[in-house]
Write a protein that binds this ligand. Structure first.
Ligand SMILES: Cc1cc2nc3c(=O)[nH]c(=O)nc-3n(C[C@H](O)[C@H](O)[C@H](O)COP(=O)(O)O)c2cc1C
Ligand SMILES: CCCCCCC(=O)C(=O)O
Length: 373
């Protein structure tokens, strides 16, 4: 009897085999030389775990709380545009799987299913990610709809005044197929997304037209005036910006370099985590995304100060290969791996993880291909 994938890498292989090359490139790719994309993964190799023994681990739990909500595991689904690129059900299937697992779902402003349909399928905490659009009326309308649909927080992405130079998309002349739309936005607003010639990217063209690059800290007040929902900033990589975020009263911060898709050469997310954690008041929830692929990775991020992690591409791999069941497989594997890690590390719950769980990885040299069978 065939055994299903035992790691996210197995699901990745299956997704790659079935997706059209230009969609694969859009999902997997980073910007420019993809150094930050690679660095996100490599940074996890800098840490070793320090297991404690003779600890009762008969009842390990992966649960945590985040902005007042209970999570079954300290994992959320990162906001990603257009889930329908990989599966006809799109974000509603993702929402179903997140709810089943007790994971957070951060729906993207460029979701390809409506906010209301996503909320109807969602049984767990649901946040909405926003870009700072020039058309502030469209943003205000979205905030209102998100509140009405039961979204519990807003996530403003602050690392994308424009889209990074994604060479794969430029080579492919990538444009989003016209039948897949950002249905929560006016079609006039997103038209450029669907056109691109050779050497151009519809995504980048769209962002140049619609994203407002004048966004500064002072603009956060505009959002605050329109909603009582908690405000989360995504895309913070420095202590300076973490301090400013706290001073401006944000409710949580996501350490992120956008999965290596924006500023190439930017710090790997895990490398930025310690300085951001040190700069924030301890009660302010901190999340990390970028390169999280195993339960061990989650444990390392939590030990360095994250309350939870967001996972991006692997969710689209799962969605591509099995719809809601495929996403459930991804979240289930992460939970299984994290639970094993906690038990063998002698830290029975996420709250038991701190810097004492980590040491520098003591062996130098290339470890390529040593990630298991
Ligand atoms: C296909 C794709 C689309 C994305 N779309 C968005 C988006 O609309 N808004 C956003 O804030 N981040 C977006 N991201 C970035 C993710 O939220 C997240 O920061 C990143 O994927 C995390 O890294 P990982 O994929 O290595 O887990 C996107 C990422 C991918 C791969
Ligand atoms: C034209 C829509 C812009 C979508 C941007 C999605 C995104 O952030 C990404 O990383 O890709």
């Amino acid at each position: 009897m065939p055994v299903g994938p035992l790691t996210l890498a197995g699901i990745e292989r299956a997704a790659r085999a079935q997706l059209p090359a230009e969609i694969w490139d859009f999902i997997e790719g980073g910007s420019e030389g993809e150094r930050t994309l690679a660095g996100n993964r490599e940074m996890f190799d800098h840490y070793a775990l320090r297991p404690r023994t003779l600890v009762d681990v008969s009842a390990c739990s992966t649960g945590t709380t985040l902005l007042g909500a209970e999570l079954g595991l300290p994992v959320g689904i990162a906001p990603m545009a257009y889930h329908r690129l990989v599966h006809p059900d799109g974000e509603t299937a993702t929402a179903r799987a997140a709810g089943r697992a007790g994971a957070l779902l951060v729906a993207g402003i460029f979701a390809s299913r409506t906010l209301e349909a996503i909320a109807a399928e969602s049984a767990g905490p649901l946040w909405l990610q926003l870009y700072w659009l020039r058309r502030r009326d469209a943003l205000a309308a979205l905030v209102e709809r998100a509140e009405a649909a039961g979204f519990a927080a807003l996530v403003l992405t602050v690392d994308a005044p424009r889209i990074g130079r994604r060479l794969r998309d430029l080579r492919n002349g990538f444009a989003v197929p016209s039948e897949i739309r950002a249905v929560n936005l006016d079609p006039g607003l997103t038209a450029a997304t669907h056109r691109a010639g050779a050497g151009a990217s519809g995504i980048a063209e769209h962002a140049l037209e619609q994203f407002d690059p004048t966004l500064t800290w002072a603009d956060l007040a505009w959002l605050r005036e329109r909603t009582d929902l908690p405000l989360v900033l995504k895309g913070i990589l420095t202590a300076e910006d973490a301090r400013l975020a706290a001073e401006h009263g944000v409710d949580a911060v996501v350490v992120s370099n956008h999965g290596g898709r924006q500023l190439d050469g930017a710090l790997p997310a895990l490398a930025a985590l310690p300085e951001v954690a040190a700069a924030l008041p301890p009660e302010l929830p901190l999340l990390l995304d970028g390169g999280v692929r195993t339960g061990t990775d989650i444990a390392v991020a939590l030990a360095l100060g994250a309350r939870a992690v967001l996972v991006g591409r692997p969710v689209l791999w799962g969605l591509a290969t099995g719809g809601a069941d495929g996403v459930a497989d991804v979240l289930g594997l992460l939970r299984t791996e994290l639970e094993h890690t906690l038990a063998l590390l002698g830290r029975p719950s996420p709250a038991d993880l701190d810097r004492t769980a980590l040491a520098p990885w003591p062996v130098h040299g290339p470890r390529a291909g040593q990630r298991g069978p």
